[in-house]
Ligand binder design. Structure first.
Ligand code: SF4
Length: 428
C-alpha cells in the first residue's frame, strides 16, 4: 500500500490569503495550471482546480507510492518521528473512486479558507501576508528612517517573515463573482470549514457566508472552526452558531492583560474577555460549541505560560478538557527573534524554574502536561550557538525598541525587566 497517500487530495481544499490554491496548510506550493501559473479564485472555479491536471497527477502519484515534492514538510516531520498533517483515512474508498486519469467526481467536503490578509492587529510574530497592517506600519516607519526599513528587509525571516512585499493586500473575497462562487461551493459541498484571515470577524463577506448557508438551510450539516483574535463579534452569531452542527472558536490569545495587548497590538484585554464571554454564553445555552485557546508561545510570553494556562482553566469553570481546551501550544519559530531559544541562558533557566513550580497544577490536564513539560525542557536546552544567539538578541532589541518608540505605548523593557537585564548583560 502507498506510503505517500494523503486523504487531503480526495477530501480537502485550501484557499490561501492571496486566493491561490494549495493541497493543504502544510505545503508552501501552489496548485498550478499546465503552463505552471498558479490558479487563483479570480480566474477559475473550485471545481476546476479540484480536478486540474496538477491535482489529478498528484493523486495518481500517491496511488503509485511515488514521493510528492509538495508534501516534503510532512515527510520530514514523519522521518523525525513527529506527527504530520497527513491523513491516511479512507484510502480504499478513495482509490476506488478515482478514474484512470486521477479525476474524482465527489467534491471536497473540508476546506481551510483564508479570507485575505485584512486584519485590525499587527502582532509581533505575524507578517503582512496575514495582516495588511504590519507592512503598512513598517513602511510608515521607513518614511522617516529608511536605514531601519532596509535593515528589516535585509534581516527578512530574522525579524519579519515576509519582506518581499510590505504593501500587499489581498481582498479577492470582495469581488461579487468570487463571493458568489465561494458561498455557493461551500453551501453545497463543505461540511467542515476552517476560517482564518486576516481576521474573519472584521470581514463582512464572512458573515454573508453564514447568511447564505442559513437561507439555504445547510448550517445544520456544517462544522465551522473560526480562528479569531477576539477583538470583534457579530451579534447575529447568536442566531447562526446554534444552528450549526458544531462550532469551535480558535481563540488567539497570547497572554494576560497588558502582555497580550502588547503582543497583539492594539487589542484590549477587557474587550477580549467580554467577547470570550459572549461565545461562552452561546456555548452554555446550546452545547454545540467549543472554545480552544491558541497561544503562540514566544519569548515575549514564555514567562507567563503558567499564569496563562491557569487563566484558561479558570475561565472554563470546570469544563476544561471538554468544552474548553488549549491547542498544541506551538512554539513560534519565525520570525526568529520571537523564538525563546534566542534568550540568554540565565533567563531561560530562571523561567524554566518558575514554570516547574506549577507543574502540579496541570498534571491532570492531558492537553497541557506533556507540552508544558516540553517547554521547560526546551528552555533548559541550548538550541543555538553563542554567536547566532547574540546576533538575534541584538536584532530583538533593535526591532522591538524601534516599534515601541513608534507606537508610543508600553515597551517590552517595561513589561519584561528581567529579560531586559539579561539581554543587556549578554549583548554589551
Ligand atoms: S501529506 Fe502533508 S503536505 Fe501532503 S497533502 Fe497531506 S497534509 Fe498536505
Amino acid at each position: 500500500m502507498s506510503k505517500t497517500y494523503c486523504s487531503k487530495l480526495w477530501d480537502h481544499q485550501y484557499i490561501h490569503m492571496s486566493g491561490s490554491f494549495r493541497f493543504c496548510c502544510a505545503t508552501n506550493d501552489n496548485i498550478n495550471d499546465s503552463k505552471n501559473n498558479r490558479y487563483n479564485i479570480n480566474n477559475t472555479s473550485m471545481e476546476h482546480v479540484w480536478n486540474s491536471e496538477h491535482v489529478r497527477n498528484t493523486r495518481l502519484k500517491m496511488i503509485a507510492g511515488q514521493q510528492i515534492p509538495e508534501c516534503i514538510k510532512c515527510v520530514e516531520q514523519e522521518s523525525r518521528g513527529y506527527k504530520s498533517m497527513r491523513s491516511t483515512a479512507n484510502k480504499k474508498i478513495n482509490y476506488d473512486n478515482t478514474d484512470k486519469n486521477g479525476t474524482v467526481l465527489t467534491m471536497p467536503n473540508t476546506m481551510e479558507l483564508h479570507y485575505g490578509n485584512v486584519c485590525n492587529l499587527k502582532c509581533r510574530m505575524c507578517s503582512q501576508n496575514y495582516s495588511n497592517q504590519i507592512g503598512k506600519e513598517l513602511l510608515e516607519i521607513g518614511n522617516n528612517d529608511p536605514e531601519f526599513l532596509q535593515w528589516v528587509i535585509k534581516q527578512s525571516g530574522n525579524v519579519n517573515n515576509w519582506t518581499n512585499n510590505l504593501s500587499v493586500e489581498y481582498k479577492w473575497f470582495e469581488n461579487e463573482k468570487n463571493k458568489k462562487k465561494l458561498n455557493d461551493f461551500i453551501n453545497k459541498n463543505i461540511s467542515q470549514l476552517t476560517v482564518i484571515g486576516g481576521e474573519p470577524t472584521i470581514i463582512p463577506e464572512f458573515y454573508e457566508l453564514f447568511e447564505h448557508c442559513d437561507k439555504n438551510g445547510t448550517l445544520g450539516k456544517k462544522q465551522f472552526t473560526i480562528v479569531t483574535n477576539l477583538t470583534n463579534i457579530n451579534h447575529k452569531m447568536t442566531k447562526w452558531l446554534p444552528k450549526l452542527k458544531n462550532w469551535t472558536i480558535w481563540a488567539s490569545l497570547d497572554g494576560i492583560g497588558e502582555r497580550t495587548e502588547y503582543i497583539r497590538y492594539p487589542s484590549n484585554f477587557e474587550k477580549i474577555k467580554e467577547n470570550l464571554n459572549f461565545y461562552k454564553l452561546i456555548l452554555r445555552q446550546h452545547k454545540n460549541g467549543k472554545i480552544v485557546f491558541s497561544p503562540a508561545i514566544q519569548l515575549l510570553n514564555i514567562d507567563q505560560l503558567d499564569e496563562m494556562l491557569e487563566w484558561f482553566i479558570d475561565f472554563s469553570e470546570g469544563e476544561f478538557g471538554t468544552k474548553f481546551d488549549v491547542s498544541w501550544m506551538a512554539q513560534v519559530w519565525y520570525p526568529k527573534i520571537c523564538n525563546y531559544d534566542i534568550a540568554p541562558k540565565e533567563y531561560r533557566l530562571k523561567i524554566a524554574d518558575k514554570l516547574e513550580q506549577k507543574i502540579h497544577l496541570f498534571e491532570k490536564h492531558k492537553s497541557i502536561i506533556s507540552f508544558y513539560k516540553n517547554q521547560i525542557q526546551n528552555l533548559r536546552t541550548d538550541m543555538l550557538d553563542k554567536k547566532t544567539e547574540k546576533y538575534l538578541q541584538e536584532c530583538f532589541i533593535k526591532y522591538n525598541d524601534k516599534l515601541d518608540i513608534y507606537r508610543g505605548k508600553i515597551t517590552w523593557r517595561q513589561l519584561l525587566p528581567a529579560l531586559e537585564k539579561c539581554l543587556i548583560d549578554e549583548t554589551t
